[in-house]
Design a protein. Structure first.
Length: 190
């Protein structure tokens, strides 16, 4: 069995993100990817069994890492509203500063690949959001409505905030992010 080189694996991931950003999943051809990286196709297959394995593995890795990082600054003593804002700001920053990764994850979520991601990764991601929403409901701070509705509301405002920043209508600064988070909070508070 051939030894896997972490730098080579990272190059595979980076070039896959580039291709998906440019052409979507249909643009991924293992031979083209290998050529783009400067490795043989057989070397690429040492790292990933096939295109599905490549996409699902990268998606799982990204979602696990992002989920973990999104709550790293959350502590038990942090008030609920500040917890929500911390997570929201993490996602704003991630969406802007890691647009290829965000694009990849967004496409995965809308595809059959999402169902192939290990359930432990998805369950961890979902549990963090559910626990946060349930805490807010328990404390009487946010509306006691379905978590999917809360997530959709927050997600829509997050998406539009990112677009406003990218299109330079607002800035990624305290004043503007406070303003946008106030819309989020007003939409979900009880």
């Amino acid at each position: 069995m051939r030894v896997k080189d972490e730098h080579k694996r990272q190059a595979i991931v980076a070039h896959t993100l580039d291709i998906v950003s440019e052409k979507g999943f249909a643009g991924i051809k293992m031979s083209t990817l290998a050529k783009r990286i400067g490795i043989s196709v057989s070397t690429l297959y040492v790292y990933y069994k096939n295109k599905d394995d490549l996409i699902v593995s990268i998606a799982g890795e990204l979602i696990a890492r992002i989920t973990k990082n999104s709550v790293q600054d959350i502590t038990e003593d942090l008030p609920f509203k500040l917890r929500m804002k911390t997570v929201w700001l993490y996602w704003i920053n991630f969406s802007i500063n890691h647009s290829k990764e965000m694009n990849f994850i967004t496409q995965v979520k809308k595809s059959p690949y999402y169902e192939k991601i290990p359930t432990t990764i998805i369950e961890t991601k979902n549990r963090i959001g559910t626990e946060l929403f349930e805490l807010g409901k328990k404390e009487g701070l946010i509306r006691d409505i379905d978590n999917e509705v809360l997530e959709a509301t927050i997600g829509a405002l997050l998406y539009e905030t990112v677009n406003l920043i990218i299109n330079r209508k607002i800035q990624l600064n305290k004043k503007d992010t406070d303003m946008m988070f106030s819309f989020v909070w007003n939409a979900i508070k009880s």
